[in-house]
Design a protein around this ligand. Structure first.
Ligand SMILES: O=C(O)CCC(=O)C(=O)O
Ligand SMILES: [Fe+2]
Length: 373
């Protein structure tokens, strides 16, 4: 069914679209003449194109992942020191380790995990090496072609146990990006730093939900979070999926990762374990200035058909703090450096059916009300 809208132009949300690009998302790239290290078998590629996601086991050497864990420890340590100095937490909780410390901090200062999520904006050397890993770029090249850029939408996710704000509702990633991304293939790699299981809230997908090539109507914001969400009946209606049949969990062990595209619906379940489910999501795109992010931040060139040894300009990429620009875009004013609300342009893309502390800044923006007609 197409969008039915009694007041046609005044109430169509900027994110809504009836366009469909199945040819972009269902294209099976031909097998490479010579397979490079890290590339997938043609069977895996076909599976990925058919399902919209693929679990890839045993891909990384531990030595490629451990340095990123060290970075995570440093980020948590910095945050702990600052919160402690500001009198917001009772202890530094130094003995708690990578998978428990932030949970303990979060108990003293609820929302510390959001502060950390917002702060992780600089791509450190350890993550640069992972993101631009030779084998991963070979794989990205296999799917995107010889020109590969890193996409500016990436995240470090501290999914602390039993926490609403890191339990991500159903969505298509394109819903967080501008409409240009609806017709552009963005390749995501979701990499966990421990075994991701159904117990600790691994990803779940609506298998094949990308095949219509459409982006369904999302709503904002889910519960006490800053996330957009996709209703089940809207997915069935617009994307032609059957939720009773197509929902699958995507557990993956440490050392593996999950590959997916930007329109396959996915989310994650509650973390019922006692450990933090740390993960990063990294993305690649074809060249293009800043599509997907309202012009706020450009992608970074990683591979070129004309230059075999691209110097990846991480300095320029790191100069731009996406969190700050996203806040400015919706005129959000932060209380202080420990502010636990998060905002972004997606809040202006979709109808706000549920207001909460994250949407308050957007609500007060007169331009937003004008936009809503
Ligand atoms: O890590 C999660 O729980 C959700 C990840 C996600 O939605 C993404 O990487 O696009
Ligand atoms: Fe996502």
């Amino acid at each position: 069914m197409e969008i039915t809208n009694p007041k046609q132009d005044s109430k169509v949300w900027p994110g809504e679209s009836n366009e469909a690009f199945p040819e972009v998302f269902c294209h099976v790239p031909p097998p490479p003449k010579t397979k490079k290290p890290g590339q997938l078998s043609q069977e895996q590629i076909k599976q990925f194109v058919q399902d919209g996601y693929l679990i890839i086991d045993d891909y990384f050497d531990k030595s490629e992942l451990e340095p990123v864990k060290d970075w995570i420890d440093d980020l948590v340590d910095d945050l702990a020191e600052q919160l402690f100095k500001a009198g917001k937490i009772k202890d530094l909780y130094k003995d708690f380790g990578t998978f428990k410390r932030l949970t303990r901090i979060d108990q003293d200062y609820p929302g510390a995990n959001i502060v950390l999520l917002k702060r992780a904006q600089q791509v450190p050397k350890s993550l640069q090496s992972l993101w631009a890993n030779e084998r991963l770029l070979n794989l990205a090249e296999q799917i995107l072609g010889p020109e590969v850029w890193g996409n500016p939408v990436w995240n470090l996710r501290p999914k602390v146990p039993r926490d609403e704000v890191t339990t991500v509702p159903w969505h298509q990633d394109a819903a967080y990006m501008d409409n240009e991304s609806y017709s552009q293939f963005v390749l995501s790699a979701w990499i966990p730093f421990l075994d991701a299981t159904e117990e600790n809230g691994c990803l779940k997908f609506v298998k094949g939900g990308h095949r219509s090539g459409k982006v369904a109507k999302h709503q904002c914001c889910h519960g006490d979070t800053f996330y957009v969400r996709l209703e089940k009946d809207e997915m069935e209606r617009k994307l032609g999926v059957d939720m009773a049949r197509d929902v699958v969990a995507a557990p993956v062990k440490y050392g593996g990762f999950v590959l997916f595209n930007n329109i396959v619906p996915h989310g994650s379940t509650v973390n019922f374990s006692s450990d933090i489910r740390w993960s990063v999501d990294l993305r690649w795109q074809k060249p293009g200035s800043s599509f997907g992010l309202w012009g706020l931040k450009k992608g970074v060139e990683m591979r070129s058909s004309t230059n075999p040894s691209v110097h990846i300009d991480w300095d320029t990429f790191n100069e731009i703090d996406r969190t700050t620009l996203q806040e400015q875009y919706v005129n959000a004013i932060m209380e202080d450096e420990f502010d636990t609300t998060l905002h972004g342009p997606w809040m202006k893309q979709w109808e706000i059916v549920h207001h909460n502390r994250h949407t308050a800044a957007v609500r007060d923006d007169p331009a937003f009300w004008q936009l809503r007609g």
